[in-house]
Ligand binder design. Structure first.
Ligand code: SF4
Length: 268
C-alpha cells in the first residue's frame, strides 16, 4: 500500500526523486516564512467561508485573528532564516491584505458547499500486490456549486508567482492535485464535478489576487481511451521503484528539496 496525498501529486511529477525522498524516505526540510503565510491565509479564509455556509456571522475582521495566530504558530518546523526576502512583519502585512481582499472580493463570488472536506481514501489496485491509495482532506480546496448541477473545486493557492503580467491566474502544473481532489470527491459523494479552479493569493508586496478559468483537471490524471493518464504513469514509478530526478525543476533548491544534500543529480 503506497499512499499518495493529493497535495503531493504535483511534486511527484515535478521531481519524482524528490517526492520519493520526502514521502517514502521522510527526508524533509523545515518550511519558511512564506509557507507559514500561506498556511495562515488558508486557515483564516477557511474560518470565514465556513461561517458563510453555517450562517454563524464571523466577520472578516474576526477571522483575521485566526490569520495572525496561525502565522505565529503554524505547526511543524519553520526556519525563519531560510528565506531572507521576507520578514515576519512583512508576512503579517501581506497576509492581512490578502485575507481582507479574499473576504471582500473573492469569497462572495462563490456559493461554497464544503470547506476542508474530509474524504475517504480511494484505492487503486496496481497489480503485483501494489495498491495506490489516493488520500487527502481537501484542506486546501473548497467545493462550490457549478452551473450544470455538479460542483467545481476551487483551490486556494498562495505563492509569489501565481498571476502573470496580464492578470491571468496561472494553472500550469495544477491538474495533478486538483484532479486527485475531483476523483476523490466524485467517489466519496457520487456527485459529478464540472471542473477545477485556482484562487490565487499572491504573497508578494502587491498582494494581488485572482480567480482562474475553470479547467478539467481529471483528464490529465485519468487519461483518455488512447493515452494513459498521470495515475498510470505514477503506477509505473511505484511498481518499478524508479523515481526519475529533475534537476531542472524550479523547486531544485536547498530551501525546497529535502533530498538536496545527498542528491547526485543536481547541478550545483
Ligand atoms: S536536488 Fe533537485 S534533482 Fe535532486 S531530488 Fe531535489 S529537486 Fe530532484
Amino acid at each position: 500500500m503506497i499512499e499518495v496525498r493529493a497535495s503531493s501529486w504535483g511534486r511527484l511529477f515535478d521531481c519524482a526523486y524528490a517526492w520519493e525522498g520526502e514521502h517514502l524516505l521522510n527526508l524533509k526540510r523545515p518550511s519558511g516564512i512564506r509557507a507559514s503565510l500561506g498556511t495562515a491565509v488558508h486557515a483564516s479564509t477557511a474560518v470565514f467561508d465556513q461561517s458563510r455556509i453555517d450562517g454563524t456571522g464571523i466577520t472578516a475582521s474576526d477571522a483575521a485573528d485566526v490569520f495572525v495566530a496561525t502565522l505565529h504558530n503554524p505547526g511543524g518546523d519553520v526556519d525563519y532564516k531560510q528565506d531572507r526576502s521576507i520578514t515576519m512583519r512583512e508576512a503579517e502585512q501581506i497576509g492581512l491584505t490578502l485575507h481582507a481582499k479574499y473576504c471582500a472580493e473573492i469569497s462572495p463570488q462563490f456559493e461554497f458547499v464544503a470547506v476542508e472536506m474530509k474524504m475517504e481514501p480511494v484505492d487503486i489496485d496496481c497489480g503485483d500486490g501494489i495498491t495506490l491509495r489516493l488520500k487527502g482532506t481537501m484542506d486546501r480546496a473548497r467545493v462550490a456549486r457549478g452551473g450544470a448541477g455538479g460542483v467545481i473545486i476551487p483551490d486556494i493557492k498562495t505563492g509569489s508567482r501565481l498571476i502573470d503580467a496580464d492578470g491571468n491566474v496561472l494553472i500550469k502544473g495544477r491538474s495533478p492535485q486538483l484532479g486527485a481532489y475531483a476523483i476523490m470527491f466524485e467517489q466519496n459523494t457520487r456527485t459529478p464535478t464540472e471542473g477545477s479552479q485556482i484562487i490565487a493569493l499572491q504573497t508578494t508586496a502587491s498582494a494581488r489576487t485572482g480567480v482562474s478559468k475553470t479547467f478539467d483537471a481529471k483528464r490529465p490524471m485519468l487519461g483518455t481511451s488512447y493515452e494513459d493518464g498521470l495515475i498510470a504513469h505514477a503506477v509505473q514509478f511505484l511498481k518499478s521503484g524508479m523515481f526519475p530526478p529533475n534537476p531542472s525543476s524550479p523547486l531544485c533548491d536547498p530551501r525546497f528539496c529535502g533530498r538536496w544534500d545527498s542528491c547526485i543529480y543536481r547541478d550545483a
